[in-house]
Design a binder for this molecule. Structure first.
Ligand code: UDP
Length: 345
């Protein structure tokens, strides 16, 4: 297969619109005017030159470029790969996007509950996956881990609780800090919150500033804004952690969960979206619905090495069976074969 990956362009107006769409789709509420739809359509057209249309199969990821399907030509087959929770969308935004999504040959969602009964096209359930050989996930020497801990001023002795996530309300960074503060009264830990600024996320700075404020005065809270592609650092932080958190309130899949589980870490995850596919409560990690719940499991895990090890072992095996790239490749090939066969009918 000849495979290419293209990235669309946009300006701040477009990214404001797409972030509002993203929030409206995942949270079920929105504040959207007609202008938003015009800006969205304008940028689909502007991106025509970025995306050659002469491929046999096109995978279009997420709502941002979904409207490109308008320009679909000839026999090419288009698959909409949705990474977010669209189970309870804000209806005006969903209705607008649905007229594009309906033009695809099929859609892929990550979790069964994201399936929609108002779409006539076939929907396949394919959770994302991680690449165990990538820089972010492959085994690295302890010396590298220590070097990176020292570089970022983290103690190698104090248990480390980590969340790796964009600064986005859906990832609940303030809830993570609240959980840490409650746990800290009982166990001496350090918290690491690693995020990187996303160019298409206009809300990131506001959330970051709130997190900085909530962390002030505690030298055991480490907030890191790393440049994109800091994969080796993220690998090291996940491996150095005693407990990993992904306390999302809304989540598509949550790749960070499988990344940590692959490294045999017990993950405390928000009970939402694709996290429960990965974290089977009490078996491969713990699911929580509140900062209080998260703090309870932080304390429990910090105090119980045996439980951490047992959960970590099962977590890695669960990822090995279900969330590695080889499984996703097979699922993608199956989807391609489905749309391609339809095309010969
Ligand atoms: N990530 C990263 N640097 C950061 C924050 C996140 O490289 O500062 C990576 C993280 O390791 C994961 C991905 O970005 O591979 C985030 O995927 P996820 O599904 O967890 O959340 P999303 O950001 O797509 O909502």
């Amino acid at each position: 297969l000849n495979v290419d990956w293209k990235v669309i362009k946009g300006d701040s107006d477009f990214f404001n619109v797409t972030k509002s769409f993203h929030n409206a789709l995942q949270n079920g509420v929105g504040n959207i005017t007609e202008d938003y739809f015009k800006i969205y359509d304008k940028w689909q057209e502007a991106n025509l030159s970025e995306v050659p249309m002469d491929y046999d199969i096109m995978f279009i990821h997420d709502p941002q470029p979904a409207g490109l399907v308008r320009f679909k030509k000839g026999n090419s087959k288009w698959i909409w790969r949705c990474h977010i929770d669209i189970s309870n969308p804000y209806q005006p935004v969903w209705n607008f996007l649905k007229k594009y999504i309906s033009q695809y040959d099929s859609a892929i969602i990550s979790v069964p509950s994201f399936g929609r009964d108002d779409l006539e096209i076939p929907q396949f359930i394919i959770p994302p996956s991680i690449d165990p050989l990538s820089i972010k996930n492959r085994p690295i020497p302890d010396t590298t881990i220590l070097r990176i801990l020292h570089k970022f001023d983290l103690s190698e002795e104090k248990p480390l609780v980590t969340q790796v996530s964009r600064f986005d309300y859906a990832k609940d960074p303030l809830g993570v800090i609240q959980a840490y503060k409650m746990a800290k009264r009982h166990v001496d830990i350090q918290l690491l919150y690693v995020g990187s600024p996303a160019t298409d996320d206009p809300e990131g700075e506001k959330v970051y500033n709130e997190v900085v404020k909530a962390s002030q005065g505690d030298k055991d809270i480490h907030l890191l804004l790393l440049p994109p592609y800091s994969d080796l650092e993220i690998n090291a932080f996940q491996r150095a952690s005693t407990v990993v958190m992904q306390k999302s309130i809304k989540e598509g899949f949550g790749l960070t969960v499988s990344e940590a589980m692959w490294k045999k870490k017990p993950v405390i995850g928000g009970n939402t979206g694709g996290i429960p596919l990965q974290v089977i409560n009490g078996i491969t990690g713990f699911l929580v619905n509140s900062p209080q719940g998260a703090s309870h499991y932080i304390i429990y895990l910090i105090r119980n090495k045996k439980v951490r090890e047992e959960i970590g072992r099962r977590a890695k095996e669960h990822v090995r069976r279900n969330f590695l790239i080889t499984r996703e490749l097979r699922d993608y090939l199956m989807t391609i074969s489905y749309v391609a066969n339809k095309f010969s009918e």
